[in-house]
Design a protein around this ligand. Sequence first.
Ligand code: C2E
Ligand code: MG
Ligand code: MG
Length: 596
Amino acid sequence: MAGDTLLATLPMRLQRAFGSPSSGGATSGSLPPEVLQQLEVLATVWDITHDAVVLTDSANHILTVNPAFEQITGYSEAEVMGKTPSILASGRHSPAFYAGMWESLLSTGEWEGEVLNRKRNGSVYPEQLRIKVLRDPQTGVVTHHLAVFADLSKQKAAQSKAVRLASFDQLTGLPNQLLLRDRAGQAIAVARSEQHQMALLVLDLDHFKAVNDSLGHVGGDVLLQQISRSLSAVVGSTETLSRRGGDEFVFLLPHVEPAQLRLVAQRVLAAMAEPFSVADREIVVSASIGVAAFPADGEDFDTLLNHAEAAMYKAKEAGRRCVRFFTEEMNQGARDRMALISDLARATQRGELRLHYQPLVNLMTSEIIGAEALVRWERPGVGLVPPGVFIPAAEHTGLISEIGGWVLNEACRQIRQWQRVGQVPIKVAVNVSALQFREGRLEQQVRDALAASGCDPQLLELELTESTLMVQPEEVTAVVRRLKQLGVQLAIDDFGTGYSSLSYLRKLAVDKIKIDQSFVRDLTTDPDCAAIVRAIIQMARSLGLRTLGEGVENQVSRRALQVLGCDFAQGYFFGKPVPPEVFAESFRREMKADER
Ligand code: C2E
Ligand code: MG
Ligand code: MG
């Protein structure tokens, strides 16, 4: 009969649990086919579900378990048959816990909760367990207990990983800003109620960008990990060291006397003084530290952090590798900086940037050979702001690329305009920030500016600094070569302040070396300066590079440069940076004078 075949395919264990045809229970013949089919479905569920299922008798002896049970616990059905589920007990729960479970089972007929059980191999795992008491519908007598549980190990691992990800820095494993905020909040609450001081120390590595560039990102990461280990060694068990991202770390000192603060900061600086070793290279780093303490410098986390950061910037300004404590004046400085940055972010779109032009002069003939474009910001309510004030902020915030792009476009437009009004073509030099160069958009920006203006590439000169070219020389060479292919000229700005070699610059096909003003200024009074300038000019000449002396303020310097064989000069002696109309006017006058 069809019913018999169906029943025969039912798993043996279900038959055993509920009574098989031969043991005097229901016979297949007495069951209608649709019931048999439903049983077949249930048996399949039993077999394929990922949840463990255990069926026990009224005395809680195991009658049968499903394959998922065997898989999760590691026990085979044969091993557990006739035993009670207590063989899984981990010993992690108190007798009271099990008493509560049974009380609920007796009164409500079910129980659900999280249990720690032990596998056959001894390992303890969390499970979500649900137990139901089955009774005879007629008599109400307990016949079976059915327990279903899922292994929560994976879920718990994923949860704790998520918590870790949300609270800890991936690279160093240190608490991140989120966790720091949480702990600082608690520390502030305790300090307030117990009336003691707590403090935040913000530590920022000095010149990390350059180190990172020279090591490559993998090397930079290794260095950060080593640094974080050294810093961790300084913190006490109740203190927190966290990484804010980049090269900035924050120490939370939940209970500290003001007198101790300087000592702690010195200890931190000392921990950084030892050289680190990355890829067989010895790396020496230093850091600047800013300190703000509760309650004197702020009463909440954000204020304290801002103030510690403002103090850290002061430490940078003071020459780095030192500690500064927050003062109210710094607060004003920090507010000013915030305002400057938010105004600067809109300056390009609002058309507040200007280019002024300073003549570049041939020392032999005194002819103007071109101009350097120098950016200024006409800040509403403030007036004309020099680049030294806002270019560093633009670099820090990434605005430099946008500003640099504007400068290139404007300079090219101006070159074309001067050409159109019938003047002799004027070559214009444009300053390129190291960050703008590194960001990788410079080449496209130059192409765009040339294309938009239709300006002759020969009339555009890019001024790069030595430090721009010293990092990652291979990549730099490629970019510089492509720029040269566009036809633009290349000058090295502020030469002598970095560590580049002239032969390297020659390899890059640089056209001109601009000797830094600091050497020119003392040229006639300091024999060392004179020796340096002489050497630069001679070496540059022998390599076929042209030289320009910057910052010529008087006739004496001008003569000295000329005698030393310098080709060009720039400085207040020849003309200050002026708006384009003024520059064009003086240029025209000079041309006229020449014609006479
Ligand atoms: P720099 O490229 O070395 O420009 C020369 C600076 O020296 C200019 O200062 C100029 O006004 C000043 N100077 C020229 N002749 C003399 C002199 O005889 N005596 C003295 N004491 N100073 C003289 P400025 O315009 O304040 O620019 C400062 C720096 O800002 C520039 O140095 C350059 O590095 C940067 N900068 C200017 N414009 C831009 C720009 O468009 N983009 C970028 N990234 N940086 C710029
Ligand atoms: Mg320059
Ligand atoms: Mg310069």
